[in-house]
Design a protein around this ligand. Structure first.
Ligand code: PLP
Length: 380
C-alpha cells in the first residue's frame, strides 16, 4: 500500500461540476429508479477500530451491476437534447424514445473497461439508438458479453483504456455522439455531465445521513479517470466542515497520485494488470484533475489482494462487490492493517463512508476470490 497526504489540498474547492437536485429528479423519471441503500456494517467497523462504517451500496442501478448508468444517462440526455435543440416533454423511457425518434439513425460511441460502456449501450438500446463500444485488450469475456447483450458492437483495442478512448473519439460525426467519461481539449460538456450524473449518489447520501442524524468524518472513493471522485469532492468539499476525502487507485495505475504530486497531468504508460479494471487508467481526466488536486486529502495506492480482502469482507456481510467496487473498503482495511488509521485522522469515534461501486462484474474471478457465487452470498 502507498499512502500519501495531499500537500496541495484546499479547505474549500471551486468546481465546474454540479450536484443539483434536478439531476436526481431526472434519474427518478427513468424506469427502474430506486435509491440504493446506505448499509451499516457495525462488526467491520469495530474490527477496524472506527465508530461507524457506512457503505453506499451501488451494486445495481437500473438493472445494471454498477453505478455508471447515473452518469451515462444524464450525459446522453443532455447531449441528445443539445443535438435536438430542445428538451422534450416526457415522463417515461418510451415517451423519451418517441420524442427522439426523428433523430434516428443515431449512434453512441464510447470507450470503456466495462461498466461505462455497458451503461451507454443500455441507454442506446432503450432509446432505439445503436452503440459502438471500444474496450482495452484483456477485458474479461463476461464484460464484453454483457455489453453485447445490450445490442452494442464491441471492438477490442490492442492497447490500454487510454488507447480505447483515443480511438472512440475519432468516431464523432453527424450521426454519432461520443459519450466519454474523460475529457480532452475541446471535449468537455459530455464528461462534465457524466460526473454531474454521479451526484445523485451524493444527493441520496445527504438525505440518508440526515435521516440517521450523522455527519461523516471521511469518505473513501475509488479513482479511474476521476469523474466519480470529482463528483464526491464537489458535493462534500464545496460546503463548510467537509469530511476527509481519500482517493483510492491501484498502486501501479495511480495516475491521480502522480499528477497531484507534480501538479500536472501525467500519462502512465501501462500496461496495467490490476483486476480493479475500472481503475486501470493511465491519465486523469483534465476536467477532474484540478478538483481532485484541490479536494483530496489523502491518496492511497492498493494492490489486488487489498481489494480481494474487501470483497470477502463484503461477502461475509451479505453484500456482493467486484474488484473495483471493493477498492474503497480495500484501502480502509489496508490502512487499518498498517496501523495508520490515526495518521488519516480516524479513530473509535469516526464515521466513514465507502462506496461499493459495482457488483460481481467478473463472475469467474469473483468465485475464485470469494469461494462462493454472488447468489450464494446473498442467500438466493
Ligand atoms: C465500478 C467502478 N467504480 C469506480 C470507477 C471509477 O470511476 P471514474 O473513472 O469516474 O474515476 C469505475 C470506472 O470505470 C468503475 O467501473
Amino acid at each position: 500500500m502507498i499512502l500519501k497526504r495531499n500537500e496541495r489540498v484546499l479547505e474549500q474547492v471551486d468546481s465546474p461540476f454540479e450536484s443539483d437536485p434536478r439531476i436526481l429528479e431526472f434519474h427518478k423519471r427513468l424506469d427502474g429508479y430506486a435509491t440504493t441503500d446506505l448499509v451499516d456494517l457495525p462488526r467491520v467497523a469495530s474490527e477496524i477500530g472506527i465508530g461507524r462504517l457506512l457503505v453506499k451500496h451501488e451494486a445495481e442501478r437500473y438493472g445494471l451491476p454498477a453505478f455508471k448508468m447515473l452518469g451515462a444517462s444524464w450525459a446522453i440526455y443532455r447531449a441528445v437534447c443539445d443535438l435536438a435543440g430542445q428538451e422534450p416533454v416526457w415522463d417515461t423511457f418510451d415517451e423519451l424514445a418517441a420524442a427522439w425518434a426523428p433523430l434516428l439513425p443515431l449512434r453512441l460511441a464510447a470507450a470503456t473497461d466495462g461498466n461505462h460502456g455497458r451503461a451507454v449501450a443500455s441507454m442506446a438500446r432503450r432509446m432505439g439508438f445503436s452503440a459502438s463500444i471500444w474496450v482495452p485488450i484483456g477485458t474479461a469475456d463476461a464484460r464484453i458479453a454483457s455489453i453485447e447483450s445490450e445490442g452494442a458492437t464491441v471492438t477490442v483495442v490492442d492497447g490500454t483504456y487510454d488507447d480505447a478512448v483515443a480511438i472512440s473519439a475519432l468516431e464523432a460525426d453527424d450521426h454519432t455522439l461520443v459519450i466519454s467519461d474523460t475529457s480532452w481539449e475541446g471535449y468537455e460538456d459530455v464528461p462534465t455531465w457524466v460526473a454531474d450524473g454521479y451526484s445523485t449518489i451524493m444527493t441520496e447520501i445527504g438525505v440518508q445521513l440526515a435521516e440517521l442524524g450523522v455527519e461523516p468524518d471521511a469518505v473513501f472513493v475509488q479513482l479511474g479517470v476521476g469523474a466519480l471522485g470529482a463528483a464526491v469532492v464537489t458535493y462534500f468539499k464545496t460546503r463548510p466542515d467537509s469530511p476527509t476525502i481519500v482517493g483510492v487507485e491501484p498502486s501501479d495505475a495511480n495516475c491521480v497520485m502522480a499528477a497531484v504530486e507534480v501538479n500536472e497531468i501525467v500519462t502512465l504508460p501501462g500496461p496495467f494488470v490490476s483486476h480493479m479494471v475500472g481503475l486501470n487508467c493511465g491519465t486523469v481526466s483534465p476536467l477532474a484533475f484540478p478538483v481532485l488536486r484541490d479536494g483530496l486529502d489523502w491518496m492511497v495506492g492498493i494492490d489486488d489482494e487489498d481489494a480481494y480482502e474487501a470483497m470477502r469482507t463484503y461477502a461475509a456481510n451479505g453484500l456482493v462487490s467486484g474488484e473495483t467496487g471493493s477498492s474503497g473498503l480495500g484501502a480502509l482495511l489496508a490502512i487499518a492493517r498498517a496501523g495508520k488509521l490515526a495518521d488519516v485522522g480516524l479513530g473509535p469515534d469516526s464515521t466513514v463512508i465507502v462506496i461499493n461501486t459495482e457488483s460481481a462484474t467478473d463472475p469467474e474471478n469473483y468465485l475464485r476470490v470469494v469461494g462462493k457465487t454472488p447468489e450464494e452470498v446473498i442467500g438466493l
